[in-house]
Design a protein around this ligand. Structure first.
Ligand code: ZN
Length: 292
């Protein structure tokens, strides 16, 4: 297992972590500058932030600073209530792959979607099995395109509390079943993003990380699970402030040969998004060295 205590060369910042600074929105170019100033070598930006700043400008900044992208957030949201919706999702996902390619991301992260309409508070139906079938078909189709342009797809299993509205793939086992079905040769074109927030509780976690192996471990996301958690989406904790044994999980991932970045991804309306981004980034660096 790599020693993170001496430096932060393997730290990546998911830019949602500092999308707000002191309660105010912080544009992506300012986030990139703040990361570069601190010797942070990688980021994982969100599409809305990239679109707001302009893909060409972000691409230029990333290159000028020599930043790597540990991932690009995000594609997915495959299920839809009708054919037009499925096609719209497919078209948008192809654009996400193209953007990830332009930014030279390590992978496009897939949050696969749940029941159509549920995110807007009006689920079109209750057929989660059907939604999962649409996810499988959607990934299969997108994989052909992504493989052609050399952009790996990383399925991110989300905690089951998001099964209705964000992702009906909820365990590593489920994600890896999809990988086995759609990429049986383990080509590296399809794998998983292991986010400790979503999978830490899973009694099969160690076993499924071993099953994934190096070819399918495409990203590693860290934050912490707070007790109590006050918001299902936006109350993620800073590493070290919660109950997740992060070094243990990182050890399992690295035992398979994963040698990529450890990406900090914190959504925190009430705490970290209220603080100045400089403090948040400095805390990420310190915690990366001490508790990740
Ligand atoms: Zn994540």
């Amino acid at each position: 297992m790599r020693d993170f205590s001496q430096d932060h060369r393997w730290l990546s910042i998911n830019t949602a972590t500092v999308r707000r600074s002191g309660g105010q929105e912080l544009p992506l170019p300012a986030i990139i500058e703040a990361c570069a100033e601190r010797g942070i070598r990688a980021i994982s930006p969100w599409r809305d932030q990239v679109h707001a700043a302009g893909l060409a400008d972000v691409s230029r900044m990333v290159r000028e600073h020599g930043l790597a992208l540990s991932g690009y957030c995000r594609g997915g949201m495959f299920p839809a209530a009708d054919a037009a919706g499925l096609q719209a999702a497919h078209d948008d996902n192809r654009r996400a792959v193209d953007e990830a390619r332009e930014l030279n991301a390590a992978c496009l992260v897939l949050v696969v979607g749940g029941l159509p309409g549920a995110l807007q508070g009006r689920a079109a139906h209750k057929d989660i099995a059907g939604a999962r079938e649409q996810v499988r078909e959607g990934i299969a189709t997108l994989l052909e395109y992504a493989r052609g342009v050399g952009m790996p797809l990383a399925i991110e299993p989300l905690h089951p509390m998001y099964a209705a509205d964000r992702a009906c793939v909820n365990t590593m086992e489920q994600a890896l079943d999809l990988c086995d079905a759609l990429d049986p040769r383990r080509s590296g074109a399809l794998g998983v993003a292991v986010d400790v927030y979503h999978v830490w509780w899973d009694p099969k976690l160690q076993q499924q990380i071993a099953r994934a192996g190096k070819e399918r471990l495409l990203a590693f996301h860290v934050c912490d699970w707070l007790t109590p958690t006050t918001d299902l989406l936006n109350d993620r904790g800073m590493m070290g402030d919660g109950v997740i044994d992060i070094p243990r999980i990182r050890g399992w991932v690295e035992a398979q040969g994963f040698a990529g970045f450890s990406e900090v991804e914190i959504f925190s309306t009430g705490n970290w998004w209220q603080r100045p981004h400089a403090e948040v980034l400095d805390t990420c660096i310190a915690r990366h060295r001490s508790v990740v």
